[in-house]
Design a protein around this ligand. Structure first.
Ligand code: GDP
Ligand code: MG
Length: 179
């Protein structure tokens, strides 16, 4: 998948409040900055965009459905099972969200044990330096244990968000090309 006919499915996972929808808003082009009022109104859960990464187009369907599902478990399982790649988001200002990301990483591994599923651990809200509870080195170490990439972002400052999406496309292509 990943050509224009079959988009890559990228799923946003992470605790509530970490900034998944803010990241989705940037992907959707819905906001120029978080200062604008529209940001709060952005509620689309599925958005498709064509990105140019390394000179080649890739179509990505981004799913921001995680928080909107029933807690029966069934739909979250489905959500976890149907992605081609995952952005595992926590907030650097919230240690519990960092622990939640670890739990989700374990769930992902359980659902797709044999595959090298592209995952990026995303430490969002890096603009909030004075409220930081999770250091950069902790994030990096966690990603090393998880065998996934790591990036810190700020949806508020639009910092590194597109870098994360480009990174996930690059990983998806590597995986596709190695098959
Ligand atoms: P979600 O529950 O994971 O979808 O999180 P939201 O996208 O709804 O964001 C939760 C709150 O954090 C909102 O008030 C956002 O404005 C705020 N927020 C999201 N990303 C950032 C960020 O990078 N920096 C700052 N300062 N606030 C953010
Ligand atoms: Mg949300």
């Amino acid at each position: 998948s990943g050509d224009s006919s079959t988009p890559f499915r990228v799923v946003l996972l992470g605790a509530s409040g970490v900034g998944k929808s803010a990241i989705a808003s940037i992907f959707a082009g819905a906001v120029d900055s978080m200062d604008c009022e529209e940001c709060e109104l952005y509620t689309d859960e599925v958005c498709e965009q064509t990105l140019t990464v390394d000179g080649e187009n890739a179509t990505v369907t981004l799913l921001d459905t995680w928080d909107s599902q029933d807690d029966g478990g069934c739909t979250q399982d489905k959500c976890i099972a149907t992605g081609d790649a995952y952005l595992l988001v926590y907030s650097i200002t919230d240690r519990s969200s960092f622990l939640r990301a670890s739990e989700l990483r374990i769930s992902l591994r359980r659902h797709r044990p044999a595959q090298h599923t592209p995952i990026i651990l995303v430490g969002n809200k890096c603009d909030l330096v004075r409220r930081r509870e999770v250091s950069v080195s902790e994030g990096r170490a966690c990603a090393a244990v998880f065998d996934c990439k790591f990036i810190e972002t700020s949806a508020a400052m639009q910092h590194n968000v597109w870098t994360a999406f480009h990174g996930i496309v690059q990983q998806l292509r590597l995986r596709r090309d190695s098959k």
